[in-house]
Design a protein around this ligand. Structure first.
Ligand code: ADP
Ligand code: F6P
Length: 326
């Protein structure tokens, strides 16, 4: 297998705090190992539109603490077509890029997998998403920061919920996954969480109300994961207004503020470890793998397993929330 000489790096899909720390680590690990680095702007779009720049160590100075991504990010429909990907490949060749590190979520790594197979290019992925929905890694880059943001927001809403003795439904992100809602609920002392993984099994709202979850409290907060399956916070609140009119209900949708902010220490460290591991994996001849972390050990997870594979919710967490919120 030919040696890696020049690695392209890009961020794609929804941004996540810690992406900059990952860009920094990949850049510096590559340079440390004598590999050139090219930053590709705006995800896969920048490959097609030729927004590619040589990166030196100074390009990534003073970014570890910054949210968002200095490489910008985008969703690129053209990359979903064979013609778009061929254009992208031709541009990479013009720049002498022989390998890629792609930082993004499930969609971005799906694109990486297809591209790697089509053009036989070594690609390593880093799980960059607040949703924590990639299989094979205990946590993803950005998840911890988003959880902390959710916790701080819920703490604030708790003040007003208690003062007015209201029932709040707070919607959090996560696409089709309930990790942010469930762990956000535990961390903020919320009374319950409504998550898509469990919605398919039982009526979480009816169960909560029937078990009298609000009896001894003068406010209640329920975190609802966005998703068609849960109906989102608005959907749940509409149902409560009809079926349980005794409650005074309010809804708060946290939205994109969950994606912003300075990454936590955990996200910075995770992104740095994963970035260094991505370059090691390329040097080691690995391809088509996502870097993951399991029990504090870095692992290489084949794309085929990491993506489009439902990551299970840990049932202990459901129990912990149920018992700690009585
Ligand atoms: P995320 O990476 O956060 O899950 P998206 O699902 O929006 O975000 O995917 C980001 C980008 O990855 C898409 O805009 C597209 O360029 C690329 N992508 C996603 N799915 C595919 C696919 N099936 N084939 C090729 N590229 C894809
Ligand atoms: O995948 C990250 C994420 O923030 C999801 O939680 C959310 O559903 C989606 O991206 C929102 O995307 P957009 O920024 O396009 O509104």
């Amino acid at each position: 297998m030919p040696a890696i000489k020049c690695v392209g790096i890009l961020t794609s899909g929804g941004d996540a705090p810690g992406m900059n720390a990952a860009i920094r680590a990949v850049t510096r690990a590559a340079i440390y190992n004598g590999i050139r680095v090219k930053g590709i702007y705006r995800g896969y779009k920048g490959m097609i539109t030729d927004e590619i720049e040589e990166f030196k160590t100074q390009n990534v100075s003073n970014i570890i603490q910054r949210g968002g991504t200095i490489l910008k990010t985008a969703r690129c429909m053209e990359f979903k077509t064979p013609e778009g990907r061929k254009q992208a490949y031709d541009k990479l060749c013009e720049h002498g890029i022989d390998s890629l590190v792609v930082i993004g979520g499930d969609g971005s790594l799906t694109g990486a997998r297809i591209f790697a197979e089509e053009f036989n290019m070594p690609i390593v992925g880093l799980p960059g998403t607040i949703d924590n929905d990639l299989w094979g890694t205990d946590i993803t880059i950005g998840y911890d920061t988003a959880l902390n943001t959710i916790m701080e927001c819920v703490d604030k809403i708790r003040d007003t919920a208690t003062s007015h003795e209201r029932l709040f439904f707070i919607e959090v992100m996560g696409r089709d996954a309930g990790f942010l809602a469930l762990n956000g609920a535990i961390a903020s002392g919320a009374e319950a969480a409504i998550i898509p993984e469990i919605s398919l099994e039982k009526d979480q709202l009816a169960e909560m109300i029937e078990t009298g979850f609000r009896k001894s409290k003068n406010s209640s907060i329920v975190l609802v994961a966005e998703s068609d399956v849960t109906g989102g916070a608005m959907g749940v609140a509409e149902r409560v207004k009809k079926e349980y009119p005794q409650f005074e209900v309010r809804v708060s949708i946290l939205g994109h503020l969950q994606r912003g902010g300075s990454p936590t220490a955990q996200d910075r460290i995770l992104a740095t470890r994963m970035g260094v591991a991505a370059v090691d994996a390329l040097l080691d001849g690995q391809r088509n793998v996502m870097i993951g972390i399991q029990n504090d050990e870095i692992v290489n997870v084949p794309f085929s397993k990491a993506i489009k594979n439902n990551k299970p919710i840990n049932r202990d967490l459901l129990n912990a929330l149920r018992i700690s919120s009585i």
